[in-house]
Design a protein around this ligand. Structure first.
Ligand SMILES: [Zn+2]
Length: 180
């Protein structure tokens, strides 16, 4: 049995396992949250190293296997570079548009009876693209009808655009939470 296997098979208190560790890329970009077990495997196999965000000591967690005690920090950094996988935005679908818009009508904020609205109506040449499709509740969609938001005097919550790379989105969210 290898070291990393012995850690993955170690019985841990449930409360420790519920915690998560933030993984940074080799270039210090926060990439994802992973569970303690996966973090332990990355550390033990040498693919990642502990990382501190501040000078203050940050309490982590301790894992015990029969042969070793391993300190798991709150952040780890990959030692190896991620291969630069090509990524392109998902195609425009109801599921993806609702996800981008936080499952809320972009005109009134309602979270009920959600539909897709073409900002410039399709009947007037509007295309089915990330920049022209937003989440709208049924009442807003009906009252807007075949008009633009300006004509209908209905303001959009934000300008629609294609979702960004999931790693970038995670990084932005992470730093926002860390700044507070
Ligand atoms: Zn609405």
């Amino acid at each position: 049995m290898t070291l990393s296997q012995s850690f993955t098979q170690t019985q841990l208190p449930i409360n420790v396992l519920q915690n998560s560790v933030v993984v940074f890329s080799k270039n210090y970009l926060p990439m994802a949250r992973i569970n303690i077990r996966r973090a332990a495997v990355l550390l033990v196999s040498g693919r990642a190293e502990p990382m501190q965000l501040s000078d203050q000591p940050e309490p982590g967690w301790q894992l015990r296997s029969p042969s070793l005690i391993l300190d798991i920090p709150r952040q780890i950094r990959m030692r190896v570079g991620e291969s630069d996988r090509t990524w392109k935005p998902p195609s425009v679908s109801r599921r993806e548009v609702l996800k981008r818009d936080g499952h809320a009508c972009q005109y009134c904020g309602s979270k009920r009876k959600l539909t897709l609205d073409h900002v410039l109506p399709q009947s007037r040449g509007g295309r089915h693209t990330w920049n022209n499709v937003v989440t709208a509740c049924e009442p807003c969609n009906q009252s807007k009808a075949a008009r633009t938001p300006e004509e209908a005097k209905m303001l959009l919550a934000k300008k629609p655009k294609a979702p960004c790379h999931p790693v970038i989105a995670f990084a932005e969210q992470f730093w926002q939470q860390t700044d507070t």
